[in-house]
Design a protein around this ligand. Sequence first.
Ligand code: NAD
Length: 268
Amino acid sequence: MQRVVVTGAYGRMGREVLRAVWGADDKRLVGAVDAWGDGTDIGHLIGSGETGITIKNDLVSVLKETRPDVMVDFTGPGAVFENAKTCLRQGVRPVVGTTGLSAGEINEIIGISKAAGIGGLIAPNFAIGAILMMKFAREAARFLPHVEIIELHHDQKQDAPSGTAIKTAELIAGVRGDFRQGLASEIEKIPGARGGEFDGGMRIHSVRLPGLVAHQEVIFGGLGQILTIRHDSISRESFMPGVLLAIGKVINLERVVYGLENLLFEDF
Ligand code: NAD
């Protein structure tokens, strides 16, 4: 029975995580934190009766009072780095879904966790289908190295490109080596029209519209052929099996790892 605190509890993802952890037989929700924490019982958010767990605004005091095994963070790019470090300082394992951490910040969190021997996970995407999309994209890039990524999200998302797109690009870059695609110079009549260049001419394009949740296409071009690998999260429930799995697995890790795939596949 893992004891869990959820941070970002009022958010779209936070509410979904509260509901999932509250409903899980093998997990115990012990606390909820949000910058807007005002003592409201989480039962009002998840549609159950009173639970006795209220949303507070001070992460450190909630961690000290509730002594959780795991803190799940779905906050925002301005909060997540400090929250993850606070959590590790308190000896609590972070499961971070918030995106927008820089590569340097991710490495710093991993370094702190290694030194302290505390497990955890930073995952830009908790949907199992999205992990498979990334795995298949890396495989395809070995044979079809010309690739562009289009990620599509709801219009309230703060960071671009998405963490999933960056992770996908990192995996593809890892197998492409020094490969370079496209023209050496292009004329963009509207700045940004060709998207952001990740590496070797590989571009990432970010679409933001109401109605979208989290979607990504990885498009490979070859001689006379196109391969498109697409994943759609059509509701935030899609992330919950991955979040619950991660809460269970980080207990046995001795450092923070980056990417849910590390908990799913030995050979990813
Ligand atoms: P949201 O804006 O709906 O919710 C964020 C919540 O965090 C808000 O209630 C806000 O008040 C709270 N918050 C902000 N700063 C805080 C702080 N310092 N301490 C405590 N609470 C704080 O956002 P969302 O749609 O729920 O997304 C949250 C994050 O999760 C984003 O970074 C998003 O990109 C990411 N996300 C990740 C996945 C994944 O699978 N890893 C899936 C969906 C979204």
